[in-house]
Design a protein around this ligand. Sequence first.
Ligand SMILES: [Mg+2]
Length: 391
Amino acid sequence: MKITAVRPWIIQVPWSIRPGEEPSVNNLHELLFCQVDTDEGITGWGEVTTYPGVVGNRSVAHMIREVGSTLIGRDPAHIERIWIDNVRTMTYVGTRGAVSATASAIDIALWDIQGKALNLPIYMLMGGPVRDRIALYTHPPSTTDPIQAAKDARAIVDAGYDAFKFDPMMHNIPEGNAHYIDGQLSRKGMEEAWEITAAIREEVGPAPELLIDAHGKYNVPTAIDLCLGLEKSNIFWFEEPVPVESNHALRQVREKINAKISVGERLFTRWEFVDIFENELADFVMPDVTWTGGISELKKIATLAESYYVPISPHDASGPVNVMAGAQVMMTVPNFYKLETSRYDLSDYNQFIDEPLDIREGHLYIPDKPGLGVNLDPDALERFAIEGFAG
Ligand SMILES: [Mg+2]
């Protein structure tokens, strides 16, 4: 079998504002997929949705097109060799970000092809299952109102989830990561975050695990003060307290807080996790399969984590390929905590996939289908594609 085309798609799909509502054209959601075609008619799907969407997705899509053009005629079963070539041809200036994202999109599509060629789900190519379903954690819609936050949290728990994640600080950091300056959060912003979290804890009771995402936005003293206040609501983990560049800063926060720390959505390839494990900087790692290097790399990072007895919990903030790629690997991984989904009602995906994901009572069930277990519908992609990025 030979690769005949590698094609990036960027689509903008109407998304529902709150779970259960109709998709709205006023709430377009951008996703970046990668289609790999072969001369035997098998197509593989990859995904590498990133953000901030406009710049991040378009830059990576251009790279997929360039790197993909070098793969025409290659055997898609040479997944490991192609991963090495993809990464090494681009890493003279380092491995971070777009390089491993590009390699991820292609790698996921190649595993999908390999599974389809052998008529097996991907997890059967990686040692077989150690579990029969994938535990999920998810997100409420973001809100600034503690009463609404408590209501949304109740809906998630009633849907069968025992863990969910939110960022109650976000609305007070309007500049976001893209315009980070000093990592400071106002006293008012901190108090609002504590209040929203306390309202949620009161609503759901002591059992559900509340995961707080700091999105790598704070300086050291801010992260410490913020977390110590959140701990009064018995949070389960504090995610990415400081920007990803300084593990020294992460250590300073870790030494002064009590909550467990989770990092990894912005750590790329196995090498960037070594320092985290060796220096005991996190209780959980959460690599993103579409950013860190794909299915091949997620499996390696999971095994690395296993050798330090650290649980892994793949990150997802994007689309159905991300969810299924992470799930396929986690079927084979002993040291698994939970897989993230960006919301608990994923029916917006149904506008462009072949079959709805099978989610029941906070768990994802893997279909007995070859490859990823989900296929994108090229006609639907065509409808939602933006100019210049329609495959
Ligand atoms: Mg996060």
